[in-house]
Design a protein around this ligand. Structure first.
Ligand code: ASP
Ligand code: MG
Length: 481
């Protein structure tokens, strides 16, 4: 088999864990063709981002403090693994970059990507060193860009240019994979067409792994982390939550952005498109089979015996709903286009959309972190449609809200989105009724509802304090598995 084995930050946290991961790769190399992909050591990406922020703010003391934390963690690991010289060289480059940013007092997204890339670059050296020892053969290390992944220049969350990336990766790595050379690729980082370092979004090492998998026509992509796999619910909310042994791509993509240890939202795309199964595995329990996404056997989207209609009940916290309303929107083509265009230009991620047939209002759900920017963008651009008036209504609703025709921009902060997912919901009457009856029986108020025509999931918004109970209500009702 041809395998991609991706190790997350907790699997790379310290020399012992790195050696353990290298041993797993070495084992696999005995029977398979393997490419390892690595993340930065746990917490390092956050530290590097903090260095960029402190440097931009000219806060030399904090830059030095954080740099010295990064330095000591990496130097001690490098020393143990025998790659101290090259690690020191990278650390020195990181330091001069931070000094440069302090000098100009500005950190562009491009410079920030350069700073944050060092985590994965150092991890790659570590894994290559450990793998060299474990396998007895010198390992080859690549940055994502050197491996052939090319992106646009949207620094911070650059989009891979897929066709050229797949070709280049195949060209550069396939012969080495064929020869069973131990290969390590830095996740998360890539290069623009002009050879400038870019990153592909937080959690992007998963995406790197699936891009490599697609390029090399891998048989399976293994995502190693410190959890057993995907669950029917967050076990902190639902004590009876179970591990899911398998999921279809459609279900997993639907669940993609939920959950404590979720994958990069786009990571499953290349795998699904090329039909390559992704297996989530626990580095510390390598005998567990984990969760298999996409099936190696049978029809990929068929329901299997014993599965419940709702297979998982993920929840998104820290959300807000913005409703843009006004009689001026009714029957007026272009309103929705203007609204979504304004949000797109402001780079706001919309999580959920509702419009009633009266057309008097459109509601969108965004994260609390993006709320102010979203609201400002809508106030600017929707003025011709609605005039502007912004009101904050509590998430439990206020008395007036129910009687008022929506007009202007209403904001409901602090909501949670609950999104029961399952391919067994499709075409089965009564599932939605069961979901809402279960929620109603716990006396919880639903603020908004959306269902995509895929019928794979239903999303509903509730007050943030009602979220956990709503998850339990649906999980219990369907006995999710
Ligand atoms: N190190 C990056 C992050 O923490 C990428 C990754 O871990 O996948 O976001
Ligand atoms: Mg990470």
């Amino acid at each position: 088999m041809k395998l991609i084995m991706k190790f997350g930050g907790t699997s790379m946290a310290g020399p012992e864990r790195i050696r353990h991961a290298a041993a797993l790769v070495t084992d696999a190399l005995r029977q398979h063709h393997v490419v390892a992909v690595v993340s930065a050591m746990d917490g390092v990406t956050e530290e590097l981002l903090a260095i960029a922020d402190h440097a931009e703010a000219g806060d030399r003391t904090s830059v030095e403090q954080t740099l010295s934390q990064v330095r000591s963690a990496h130097e001690s690991t490098a020393d143990t693994l025998g790659c101290l010289a090259e690690t020191r060289e990278l650390l020195a480059r990181l330091e001069s970059l931070a000094t440069g940013i302090m000098a100009v007092g500005e950190c562009t997204p491009r410079s920030r990507d350069a700073v944050v890339s060092f985590g994965e670059r150092m991890s790659t050296r570590f894994m290559a060193a450990a793998l060299g020892v474990a396998s007895g053969r010198p390992a080859r290390g690549f940055d994502g860009g050197d491996a052939g992944i090319v992106t646009n220049d949207h620094f911070g969350e650059a989009d891979p240019l897929m066709d050229i990336s797949l070709l280049q990766v195949r060209d550069r790595l396939a012969p080495l994979v064929e020869a069973r050379t131990p290969i390590v690729v830095a996740g998360f980082i890539a290069q623009t067409q002009h050879g400038v370092m870019s990153t592909i979004g937080r959690g992007g090492s998963d995406y790197t792994a699936t891009i490599l998998g697609a390029a090399l026509s891998a048989d399976e992509i293994h995502i190693w982390s410190d959890v057993d796999g995907l669950m029917t619910a967050d076990p902190r909310l639902v004590p009876g939550a179970r591990l899911l042994s398998h999921l279809t791509f459609a279900e997993a993509i639907e669940m993609g952005k939920f959950g404590a240890k979720s994958m990069h939202p786009r990571a499953l795309e290349p795998a699904a498109e090329h039909g390559i199964p992704v297996r989530m595995r626990n580095t510390f329990k390598p005998d567990n089979p984990g969760t298999l996404i996409g099936s190696a056997v049978g029809q990929p989207d068929a329901r299997r015996p014993g599965e419940s209609a709702v297979r998982s009940v993920p929840m998104l916290k820290n959300m807000a709903m913005i409703t843009v309303g006004g009689a001026g929107m009714i029957g007026r083509p272009g309103t929705a286009a203007a609204l979504f265009d304004a949000l797109a230009v402001a780079r706001i991620n919309v999580h959920m959309i509702c419009q009633s047939v009266s057309e008097a209002g459109i509601s969108v759900v965004v994260s609390m972190a993006q709320l102010d920017r979203a609201k400002a963008a809508l106030e600017r651009s929707m003025r011709p449609f609605i005039g502007v008036r912004t009101a904050h209504i509590g998430s439990r609703g206020d008395a007036a809200a129910g009687t008022r025709v929506p007009h202007g921009i209403d904001v409901v902060p602090n909501i949670a989105i609950v999104a029961p997912v399952g391919s067994g919901m499709r075409g089965v009457p009564g599932v939605v009724a069961r979901i809402f009856t279960a929620v109603a029986s716990r006396n919880l108020n639903i603020i908004a509802i959306a269902q995509g025509s895929s019928e794979l999931s239903v999303c509903f918004a509730v007050d943030k304090d009602s979220g956990p109970e709503a998850v339990r209500a649906v999980h219990d009702e369907f006995d999710a598995r």
